[in-house]
Design a protein. Structure first.
Lengths: 522, 279
């Protein structure tokens, strides 16, 4: 039966071929003008109206929004900077926003940026209503009184300049492309104004984008001609690509390998705090996790420090509630649940679940080493409490489908990362815990009218009375810690690995997993 | 041992010994492993990623677990999945082959065409597809491999039965009016099973290799159960700085698969020699 052995090796050969074919792209042109990004996931949706995932990496280089968020530094607080809008003004107590557009901006198809195009773009996104379209929910009307002026009318006062800086759903699309459907965009065509335009797209493989010569910002000195977004799901391949110079940028490599990479003179390892955190959503619609005290017991049994030490090489930090530091509304005084197996045991006993042989299922993404480690360590702790945690690694798509099933049939616990759509605490609290008819990201299936009211009111106030809104958001976070629909694990460090000859890299935590290739040079 | 090595040759005897040792370790894992709780999956963060030393002969993994213990516990999964794959495959393949060979005609045609359909797919590809459809888990991966494995036994069983069907003692039984079930069970099956069982025993090696390939691809056992294929995959991410993580389970798979292969050759040589002599 040697034929079988042959077949096993034959089965692995395509993997090797795939690896080789990636390099042929880089060899075709002068390598120094090409910036190759090894991205650990595919790009699920390249439609700028509905994109709400890792596709943001591509779109942020191809499209532009009205404004851009600039993170705070030791010298200056965070601010919102002009991008396609040159200036803006809020009137009517924050309920009317007037944006003045930049002159001489051209779309990739040659047409000029007009107020009508901005109106049409946001209206298309709102009309489709998918992805992150909720960021525009307060907008009641958009008008274009002259070619360079757009006026937004809102139902409640909102910081629209900040909202317009979102990494999703804020992209401005050319009028011709606005008429196209989702399939058109996902066939590798774009309608942006950004410094790069999409040349070709092979789903699951790569996006190749080349510099747009007529970009309003011109070409920075030493800027790259081509950006190649390679999908490299295997972290081992990604690491060998960056080490050998076949990729210029990557992230999501095992934290344990960072020390060795820091010592490598060919690489720069950039670690920054991020707006991204890891947490476990507990199925609040399914016994016994429908009881808050059982959920609290699970939170008490979580090995926070061990996961941070072993899983992030100590680079992660404990979460205090769902809103990470650096975002307004973060609560540095929020109570932090400490690992305490005895307290967990006592709580379970009070709930009649002492050594009950309880069985729970945890789902997480197969390729995610940190999630796997968190699961394994949690499982070990729960075992001492007589709870069997079944670890169920799954492909993201399968995990997503399962989580959309009837909550009574879905997983008990799910590990998830979140990063800001735009910089507001509402984004975290609304997407993850606000009641939903059909859950999108509220995968704890949590429903609490008092909580909903609190954050909705806080959101309505955030344009006018920021201090009060902040207090309400903090109260809402404490409510979530107390009621424990989720276990808040850690705030993730943002670690990017670049070739050391790449200049100009600056991390912007508001755009998770995004690098703006236009800022870079070699 | 002297008799054994004469019959199998030194390589065959050594291989057999290695296989028996592996089975012994798998059976006695809780007593043989230096850190049985770690072998079963208990983490020990303080000893994370230690290189091989006197305390940990093969080092420790990303959760600080002793690799010797993990490899020994992994033998349980690998060997039992090898055995179960072969057992499940026989369970399907043997009846199909015997029925097809004995009754012939349209039944033979029908069953063998179904068998051909399964054989038409590359084995590992089909196993990966099946495992992905069933979801991860030890039993699922065993079923997935067995689905690609049974047609071989069906074809072998059919060939044996075809030869046996024309034997005078079978024809005599038929003429005496003995019923089909009895002829199959009493006269055909015992004779057909013997050559198949040798082949099946030797197939445990390749079956184990395929199961390891599946778990290497993330389609095998669920953590924290130790499994060689899954351990190689987990360790790969830390290679080459922590080479021992992948190397220990990798060597275990290599040695065991090689042992089965060498033993198989030894047994085949022996069988071949005897057949020539008696012909």
């Amino acid at each position: 039966m040697n034929r079988r052995d042959l077949l096993i090796s034959a089965g692995l050969a395509p993997l090797a071929l795939q690896a080789l074919s990636r390099w042929s792209v880089a060899e075709a042109q002068d390598g120094s003008r090409i910036f190759t990004l090894a991205n650990p996931t595919g790009f699920p949706d390249l439609d700028p109206s509905t994109s709400f995932s890792n596709d943001g990496l591509v779109l942020a280089n191809v499209y532009e929004s009205l404004t851009r968020y600039v993170p705070g530094t030791t010298e200056a607080p965070a601010s919102v900077a002009p991008l396609l809008a040159e200036s803006w003004q809020a009137t009517d107590g924050g309920k009317t926003w007037t944006f003045t557009l930049r002159k001489g901006v051209r779309f990739h198809d040659g047409t000029e940026l007009t107020a009508e195009a901005v109106k049409g773009s946001i209206e298309r996104t709102m009309k489709i209503g998918g992805g992150a379209a909720f960021i525009w929910s307060a907008v009641t009307a958009i008008t274009a009184p002259d070619p360079l002026t757009v006026v937004f009318s809102l139902s409640t006062a909102q910081p629209l300049d900040l909202i317009a800086s979102a990494g999703f759903a804020g992209w401005i699309i050319s009028p011709a492309a606005q008429a196209q459907d989702n399939a058109w965009f996902n066939a590798g065509q774009d309608g942006g104004t950004g410094p790069f335009r999409i040349d070709s797209y092979e789903p699951g493989q790569r996006v190749i984008a080349s510099r747009f010569a007529d970009h309003w910002g011109g070409t920075p000195e030493g800027g790259f001609d081509t950006a190649v977004f390679e999908v490299v799901e295997d972290s081992v391949l990604a690491q060998s690509m960056i080490e050998s110079g076949n990729a210029d940028w990557t992230y999501s490599l095992p934290f344990d390998n960072l020390e060795a990479m820091k010592a490598n003179p060919d690489l720069q390892v950039v670690a920054n705090p991020s707006f991204e955190n890891l947490f476990a959503l507990l199925n609040t619609r399914r016994a016994p996790l429908d009881r808050p005290r059982v959920r609290q017991a699970l939170a008490l049994a979580f090995p926070y420090d061990d996961v941070i030490t072993a899983g992030t090489a100590g680079l992660g930090t404990r979460s205090r509630g769902i809103v990470p530091p650096g975002i307004w509304g973060h609560d540095p005084e929020a109570p932090m649940v400490m690992t305490d197996l005895e307290a967990a045991r006592a709580l379970l006993a009070e709930e009649g679940l002492a050594d009950s042989g309880l069985e729970l299922t945890l789902t997480y993404v197969t390729s995610d080493a940190l999630e796997a480690l968190a699961g394994e360590l949690w499982k070990a702790n729960l075992e001492t409490l007589g709870i069997t945690l079944t670890l169920q690694p799954m492909a993201w798509e399968a995990m997503w489908d399962l989580s959309k099933a009837d909550p009574a049939q879905a997983q008990d616990i799910l590990l998830l990362y979140w990063w800001a759509t735009y910089v507001t605490p509402y984004d975290y609290l609304f997407n993850l815990f606000h009641s939903e008819e059909t859950p999108t990201f509220n995968l704890a299936y949590y429903s609490n009218p008092a909580f909903d009211r609190l954050i909705d009111e806080a959101a309505a106030l955030s344009g006018t009375d920021r201090a009060k809104a902040e207090d309400m958001f903090k109260a809402a976070q404490r409510m979530m810690i107390e009621d424990a629909p989720a276990v808040f694990i850690l705030d993730k460090p943002n670690v990017h690995i670049l070739r050391s000859d790449v200049k100009g890299y600056a991390d912007n935590p508001a755009y998770g997993h995004v690098v703006f290739v236009n800022d870079l040079s070699r | 041992m002297r008799g054994l090595h004469q019959r199998l040759g030194w390589p065959g005897a050594v291989s057999l010994a290695l296989i028996l040792i592996a089975f012994g370790m798998a059976l006695l894992a809780p007593w043989v492993a230096p850190f049985p709780d770690q072998g079963a999956g208990a983490p020990s963060i303080a000893t994370k990623f230690l290189p091989p030393s006197a305390d940990h002969l093969l080092g420790t993994d990303h959760l600080g677990r002793d690799m010797v213990s993990r490899v020994i516990y992994g033998a349980r999964v690998s060997l039992s999945s090898g055995l179960l794959i072969v057992a499940f495959s026989l369970l399907i393949g043997l009846p199909v082959g015997v029925l097809a060979g004995y009754f012939g005609g349209w039944l033979d045609e029908g069953l063998m065409r179904i068998t051909d359909v399964f054989l038409a797919f590359p084995a590992l590809l089909l196993a990966v597809l099946m495992a992905a459809a069933l979801g991860p888990g030890l039993l699922n991966s065993i079923v997935a491999v067995a689905v690609t494995w049974w047609p071989w036994y069906a074809r072998m069983a059919r060939a044996e039965v075809l030869a046996l069907r024309g034997q005078p003692y079978v024809e005599a039984a038929q003429l005496m009016g003995v019923g089909h079930p009895r002829i199959i069970l009493r006269h055909i099956l015992p004779a057909a099973v013997r050559p198949l069982s040798v082949q099946a025993a030797l197939d445990v090696g390749p079956a184990l290799l395929t199961a390891s390939a599946l778990s290497f691809l993330g389609l095998g056992v669920l953590p924290p159960t130790a499994d060689w294929g899954q351990m190689v995959d987990a360790g790969r991410k830390f290679f080459p700085e922590r080479w021992w993580y992948s190397a220990a389970p990798g060597m275990a798979v290599f040695i065991l698969a090689l042992a089965f292969s060498v033993l198989g050759d030894a047994l085949r040589d022996r069988a071949g020699g005897r057949r020539d002599g008696s012909a």
